[in-house]
Design a protein around this ligand. Sequence first.
Ligand SMILES: C[S@@+](CC[C@H](N)C(=O)[O-])C[C@H]1O[C@@H](n2cnc3c(N)ncnc32)[C@H](O)[C@@H]1O
Length: 220
Amino acid sequence: MGRSWRDRLAFFRQAREHYHTTGAIAPSSRFLARAQAGPLARLKQQLDRPVRVLEVGPGTGAVTRRIVRLLDPGDTFDLVEINQAFADLLVRQFTDNPAFARLSDSANVHAVPLQEFVSESPYDVIISGLPMNNFSSELVEELFDAYFRLLAPEGTLSYFEYMYMRPMRKMVSGREDRGRVNRIASIMAKHRRQRRLRTSWVFVNLPPAWVQHLSGTVTG
Ligand SMILES: C[S@@+](CC[C@H](N)C(=O)[O-])C[C@H]1O[C@@H](n2cnc3c(N)ncnc32)[C@H](O)[C@@H]1O
């Protein structure tokens, strides 16, 4: 079995056991990965100093594969993953897979929840795959606080969300869950209003997704 099928199977197994934190049935497509890493690709062309990148919720590494292609040894790459099985799989990639191993001195996998992660310096780019719609509104607030605590004022946060997932979820859920989904929608809308740089639309993904790119500084 090829690596990508092995990764899909590993992802599917973890999604079955830990659906609450995994929040998807398949890893991001390469089109979604490319859209999430767009600001990093542009920054790498502009900056003449090493960059600091944080990936949140890398899973089996569908987006990580795109990030490692853009980075050079000397850049800093931290990965924060709550699921120990995914974290172990990523650590193995940084030793066994040549595309990852060239960054083995620059990359660190942290098997902790984002809300508990601390860093001495801020990041130029944060790329996140967290399934916010699965969480309580209190946790969503906490996770956004963590993003902006860790992001440099001139940095960019890119995260994806499945298109029209919240309205669809509200149609099939009870009153209490609809309240939770509404509270999450308003937290996310507030941050988009205050910080949105742009939105990328990605149709070639299961399901199709939007990538939101937000600024480290309040602009609106
Ligand atoms: C939808 S999957 C995305 C995986 C991958 N980025 C992709 O696009 O295929 C969500 C990932 O977030 C991780 N995760 C969930 N809650 C987290 C948290 N609080 N801190 C860090 N990682 C978390 C899950 O274990 C899972 O790997």
